[in-house]
Design a protein around this ligand. Structure first.
Ligand SMILES: [Fe+2]
Length: 466
């Protein structure tokens, strides 16, 4: 039963560990998932700049003339239909925005708010659409355009067309929002990997014309704000996998313990049933024996109870105590082979009759020889009339030559005999019984066992003289 209680305690403790670990997994997983729902915002000004690259919290950004070299070209003055100059000669420059994922999460999408450092025309843009915020009039004009296909929708912004396409003027402080194209693989951007080829970098570009500047001029776009989503895969985190592994281990342990618990319960139930069958069989046989000698009815049962109490007092396990009880129950089973006229003789036995009755030890031992379900089952019947001083029968064994179980039954047998009425005498008083036990220490009885029985009598566990 103690084992079952320990099993249940272990199952409860491991179940708590399982639930706690599962909660940690759930909280971590939900936090990772919710992080991807929140749009993040970061400006170039929040990062560090080494002269070519801005390092932001989740990615690096390069923004400037393509290839680092302006590659600029000059455009002649532009005139309207009345030959009025719209603006003087200007310098044209191709710009690129290069973003490289430097974090451990996927950048699932991104946009860039690019603020104009000065007046300029925006002429072209690729790998995405541009949402212009133009404040040339009293009202801000906003329009999302794919400049590669500008003919497909009417342009609602201030602009004019030359041979290179639309020229869209933007004042200092105006902005366009670069909305990169997924079809051009500008997102999602995977974390950079040294072992496999992944899309961790995006490049978009645009062309500007700045009036009244030379070929060596290139405006600096340092006011750019990025918006993006991050998506992390919990399964990419070794710690997360380790925690999930631990949780699975708890689950396996719980199942294993539960299965083991059920099996042990079944086994204990079966053992209890088997013990009942053995116990009932023994008691039935004892009823046969006592039917031949009604004067000693109940004697075997009482000897068994005294032997059980002694074994328990002497520190035997619960199973051993039960076995000793069964062995003691059968101690006089050999009497079934003794003639009734001798067993029930009310007068003193003759020497010959006494020799016959002594045979019940050997007969009992032989009868129980094949009773292997309980260890040493035959020893109680065979040796319970041996004496500690060697003057007993059937073999005249001495001291510890006599099996301990037989020494226990010997004391229990004699104690119950003294405490019972017989046809030839009434039961003895408590004082006489105690005196007899003391006097026979080391003679008939094992002195240690007498000490134990005296202790049990004193404690009231074994009751005599009542
Ligand atoms: Fe006996």
């Amino acid at each position: 039963m103690k084992k079952l209680s320990k099993d249940i305690a272990a199952i409860i403790l491991i179940s708590i560990a399982y639930v706690v670990t599962f909660a940690v997994i759930a909280v971590y997983y939900c936090s990772v998932k919710s992080e991807s729902k929140n749009m993040k915002e970061t400006a170039l000004s929040s990062g560090s700049f080494d002269g070519t690259t801005y390092s932001l919290s989740d990615f690096d950004v390069k923004i400037g003339p393509r290839g680092g070299d302006s590659g600029a070209w000059l455009k002649d003055p532009i005139r309207d239909e009345n030959k009025n100059i719209l603006h003087g000669p200007s310098v044209g420059i191709i710009y690129e925005i290069v973003i490289t994922n430097t974090g451990d999460a996927v950048i699932t999408d991104w946009t860039a708010d690019v603020y104009m450092p000065e007046f300029m025309w925006l002429n072209n843009g690729w790998n995405g659409k541009l949402e212009f915020h133009q404040s040339s009039g009293t009202e801000e004009k906003v329009q999302l355009i794919d400049l590669r296909e500008y003919q497909s929708v009417p342009i609602e912004l201030d602009y004019y067309i030359d041979h290179t396409g639309p020229m869209i003027p933007l004042d200092k402080g105006d902005k366009f929002i670069y909305c990169p194209s997924k079809a051009d693989n500008e997102y999602p951007l995977e974390p950079a990997s040294e072992t496999e080829e992944v899309n961790s970098s995006a490049i978009v570009g645009f062309i500007v014309y700045v009036p009244d500047k030379g070929l060596d001029y290139a405006p600096v776009f340092d006011n750019v704000v990025f918006h993006y989503h991050l998506s992390r895969n919990a399964w990419d985190d070794p710690l997360f996998i380790a925690i999930v592994g631990v949780d699975i281990m708890w689950l396996v342990l719980i199942i294993a313990l539960a299965v083991s618990h059920i099996r042990v319960r079944k086994l204990l139930k079966q053992q209890k049933h088997d013990a009942q069958i053995i116990d009932q069989s023994i008691k039935t046989f004892i009823n046969f024996v006592e039917a031949k000698d009604p004067n000693t009815k109940g004697h075997s049962e009482r000897v068994a109870e005294i032997s059980f109490a002694l074994a328990d007092e002497m520190g035997y396990s619960s199973k051993e105590c039960n076995d000793i009880r069964c062995i003691a129950l059968m101690h006089d089973c050999g009497k079934i082979a003794i003639p009734v006229n001798i067993l029930q003789k009310p007068a003193r036995l003759t020497d010959e009759e006494y020799e016959v009755i002594k045979r019940h030890t050997k007969v009992g031992g032989d009868m129980l020889r094949d009773f292997s379900s309980i260890k040493d089952m035959n020893l109680g019947a065979l040796y319970h009339h041996e004496r500690y001083d060697g003057k007993g029968y059937p073999k005249g064994l001495k001291g510890e030559e006599i099996p301990l179980i037989a020494r226990i039954i010997c004391v229990a047998d004699s104690l119950d005999a003294m405490n019972s009425n017989r046809c030839y005498r009434p039961k003895l008083t408590k004082e006489v019984i105690l005196d007899e036990l003391e006097k026979n220490k080391g003679k008939q009885f094992d002195p240690d066992i007498v000490d134990h029985v005296l202790k049990l009598i004193k404690q009231g566990v074994i009751k005599i003289g009542e």
